[in-house]
Design a protein. Structure first.
Length: 211
């Protein structure tokens, strides 16, 4: 996985909302973008720190070589999202809609991804470490080789997703839907029972001692 390429000397930028075709490069960006409504915002070789994007509606939001920390994306709608070499640390995405996103070399560390919609997303070299992703919607997402380490995936919808060679060691995989998607994934020995039960439930197998 390739890390973001960010230069050391950055120009400070303070956001006060977003407008169509906004763009920054080699900038340290902070500020406020709650409920912003904008199209084709492009940011590269920069950092985003402590920005509130809550409930924003952003179409064609593109980040390349960007390190994002302590930002709030709760309830955002990101249509045609494109991320290339982007890291998120301690960010909140609760209830965000990232459906159809294109993710390349993207890392989430200690983030809140509860109830995030990643339906039909495509990812190459995606890593999620720590944090929570309860009830995340991964319907038909293409996530081969992705890593989900020590993540709470309780109630996740994996229906039709592709997890071939994905590694899920240390993650909580309870009450998931579409567990058949885990075919070809890698788990640890402590997950055997919960994953086995999820696969049985997905196959409609009933345990009944009465003959």
């Amino acid at each position: 996985m390739r890390a973001p390429i960010v230069v050391t000397e950055l120009e400070e930028v303070e956001l006060d909302g977003l407008e169509d075709h906004d763009g920054w490069s080699e900038s340290a960006i902070s500020g406020y973008a709650v409920a912003a409504d904008a199209e084709h915002v492009n940011i590269s070789r920069s950092t985003l720190g402590s920005i509130r994007f809550t409930s924003a509606n952003l179409r064609r939001f593109e980040l390349t070589d960007v390190a994002v920390a302590n930002c709030d994306f709760a309830g955002v709608v990101l249509e045609e999202l494109s991320l290339n070499r982007v890291s998120f640390t301690n960010c909140r995405f609760t209830g965000a809609d990232l459906g159809g996103a294109n993710l390349v070399d993207v890392r989430f560390t200690d983030c809140q991804l509860d109830e995030v919609a990643l339906r039909l997303a495509r990812a190459e070299r995606l890593a999620v470490s720590g944090g929570t992703a309860a009830k995340i919607d991964l319907y038909r997402a293409q996530l081969p080789g992705s890593r989900w380490h020590d993540v709470d995936l309780t109630g996740a919808d994996l229906s039709g997703a592709k997890f071939t060679r994905a590694r899920l060691q240390g993650s909580t995989i309870v009450d998931v839907r579409g567990a058949k998607a885990l075919e070809g994934a890698v788990i640890d020995h402590e997950q055997v029972v919960t994953v086995g039960l999820a696969l049985m439930a997905d196959s409609g197998i009933t345990i009944d001692e009465e003959r």
